[in-house]
Design a protein. Structure first.
Length: 257
């Protein structure tokens, strides 16, 4: 480093110390690279910005990308089933009640559907995207009952609210949903859960190749995020996601109806 210090050794030392301290701080301020697999039909620009601002206020200097394939990521939010991943997430996505999500089929109570096997030949509302609660798991349950809907019997909604809307407006006979998300709508809309699956613990945050100990500040901050505190920030995630929890710190809710 070239010194421009004038005579006066003490002043020179102070100036050089300030320069070196600033260089060290800049190195420490390299943003943590975080990737998110966004919910279907969501651009996520505003939510991405709000989440970055929240994390920085909590001591996590993060750069968030709407991509989970980059090689330098430290953390990534992805959805899936346990068979999709070799390890459990470091933080699991949880529903409105702080429990693991449960996939369900919802029908109108007046229709008297006693079993999803009775959905043969019926119009169904699913949710677009990679979230298995939106289609894969409920459709697998139908298949287990010997029900294989024709392509023309599917209405693919952009989110869980839209799928519910199709059911409420009599456009379909059943809709997929998540148990915690749908519960507040059941009684007042004469709806019933006709099938529920097992709790899913694979949706959440996974450590990636770029992970380091400094990233733990980001993980602690993510545990403090709640949809109720900032719904706009959570638009980037599937609609049933209300927060994140350390695995095994939460339990599935009672699924009896």
């Amino acid at each position: 480093m070239h010194s421009v210090c004038k005579p006066g050794l003490a002043l020179c030392i102070v100036v050089l110390a300030g320069i070196l301290s600033g260089a060290h701080a800049s190195a420490d301020e390299t943003p943590v690279q975080i990737g998110i697999e966004p919910a279907a039909n969501v651009t996520g620009v505003a939510a991405r910005y709000r989440l970055m601002q929240f994390l920085r206020a909590q001591g996590c200097n993060a750069d968030i990308r709407l991509d989970v394939t980059a090689s330098d990521l430290a953390l990534a939010f992805v959805t899936g089933t346990p068979d999709d991943f070799a390890a459990a997430p470091v933080l699991a996505a949880v529903n409105r009640n702080g429990h693991l999500p449960v996939p369900v089929w919802v029908t109108r109570r007046p229709a008297g559907v006693r079993s999803i096997s009775e959905l043969h030949g019926r119009d169904l509302a699913t949710v677009a995207g990679r979230d298995p609660l939106g289609a894969d798991l409920p459709l697998a349950a139908l298949k287990n009952e010997g029900v294989t809907p024709e392509p023309g019997q599917f209405y693919e909604a952009g989110d869980f609210s839209s799928a519910l809307g199709l059911l409420l407006h009599n456009n379909t006979h059943a809709a997929v949903s998540e148990l915690g998300f749908i519960k507040p709508f059941l009684a007042r809309n004469s709806l019933v859960v006709s099938w529920h699956g097992e709790p899913v613990n694979a949706a959440g945050w996974y450590r990636q190749a770029g992970w380091g100990r400094a990233v733990t500040a980001c993980e602690k901050a993510l545990v403090r995020t709640q949809r109720a505190d900032d719904p706009q920030m959570f638009r980037i995630f599937p609609e049933w996601v209300y927060g994140f929890a350390v695995p095994n710190s939460q339990y599935s809710e009672d699924v009896t109806q």
